[in-house]
Design a protein around this ligand. Structure first.
Ligand SMILES: [Zn+2]
Length: 339
């Protein structure tokens, strides 16, 4: 097991120096608890099923350890990992690369838009949200966190509160993960081409808005936090989609997709009447705001929205896109990395 940790570390450093991955992070106690066993099944390790719900795995130097049999272990598994998560739950997972999900073969295209109120809006009009904590659960979480602040460091009571908080948060992440897996499989099965927003561009816009460019209109810290939590779920959805529907996912520049009318192409900020309602000022087209954006994404072309020349008093919108892509009036940015 220790040898494997060293090999994994060597691999991580090799990838870091090759420039494909970032520098490995330090392990953290209580968070990254686990180990990996690699080898021939039946040799170094083995796994067998005892009953419908119980299986056991033979771990070197440990012996047979029972676990809850939640799904079959494929024969081609060459390694497995034993983890202990923050909430103190132990897991064992056997590593295999699953075959990609087959599309329907009909050429169906879908656009997916992420929103703040609705996690994912499809161009078909479907809305789906990540289930978070219920009100009573969120309330309990807040209470526990206040208690944690009063608990003496190193005390048993503090440890108990910490595990209670971890269990509650685990419930939240479990739900998010479940939603991501179900949604990505569903999309990969039903559509041949899935168009999503390019997250990187969105993230850059956000960081510029929040820090350097305009500190005056800094969004409240809480909004930013909510968004970043939200973005985490979205990032996972995009990643899992690319795993399951390899080669069938297209990333679209999300600029102005929420302000542009899908019916006539009119682009204006006041097209968006409220958080949920989109009403076009030019043609009167009405739609759910996130669904309208999803339809623009499904159309696949990047939307450009240049300031109208008839309005000389208004300064051009910061970061307005040129037809060729780059922003014309963006502040010169210091080069942060040469990569
Ligand atoms: Zn319109």
């Amino acid at each position: 097991m220790q040898q494997q940790a060293l090999r994994d570390f060597a691999q991580a450093m090799a990838r870091f120096f090759a420039g494909t991955h970032r520098r490995p992070r330090w392990r953290k106690a209580g968070v990254h608890e686990g180990f990996r066993i690699v080898g021939r099944r039946g040799g170094q390790w083995d796994v067998r099923r005892l009953s419908r719900k119980v299986g056991e795995v033979r771990i070197p130097k440990v012996g047979w350890v029972r676990f809850r049999w939640s799904r079959d272990v494929p024969d081609e598994a060459r390694s497995f990992r034993v983890n202990r998560d923050r909430a103190g739950r132990w897991h064992v997972c056997f590593a295999v690369i699953p075959p990609p999900v087959e599309g329907p073969g009909t050429g169906a295209v879908v656009g997916v838009d992420r929103g703040v109120a609705v996690s994912a809006a499809l161009s078909t009009g479907e809305l789906s949200s990540v289930p978070g904590l219920r009100d009573s659960e969120a309330e309990r979480l807040g209470r526990l966190q206040r208690r944690l602040a009063r608990a003496q460091r190193g005390s048993n009571r503090r440890r108990r509160i910490k595990t209670a908080i971890a269990r509650l948060k685990a419930r939240q992440t479990d739900r998010r993960k479940d939603w991501v897996e179900k949604t990505s499989t569903d999309l990969a099965r039903r559509f041949d081409l899935i168009r999503v927003e390019d997250l990187k561009i969105g993230a850059m816009v956000r960081s510029a808005r929040g820090t350097i460019a305009a500190p005056g209109v800094n969004v409240r810290a809480k909004t930013g936090l909510n968004r970043s939590i939200h973005a985490a779920g979205w990032g996972h959805l995009a990643i899992r989609l690319e795993h399951k529907a390899a080669g069938r996912v297209e990333k679209i520049n999300p600029a102005y997709t929420s302000q542009t009318c899908h019916a006539c192409g009119h682009c204006a900020a006041d097209n968006r009447e409220s958080q949920t309602v989109f009403r076009c000022r030019a043609c009167g087209h009405v739609d759910h705001a996130d669904v309208n954006a999803a339809k623009n994404i499904a159309a696949g072309r990047a939307v450009t929205c240049l300031p109208r020349p008839t309005d000389p008093d208004r300064p051009p919108v910061r970061g307005a896109l040129q037809p060729l892509g780059g922003a014309l009036n963006r502040e010169p940015q210091p080069v942060l990395s040469s990569a």
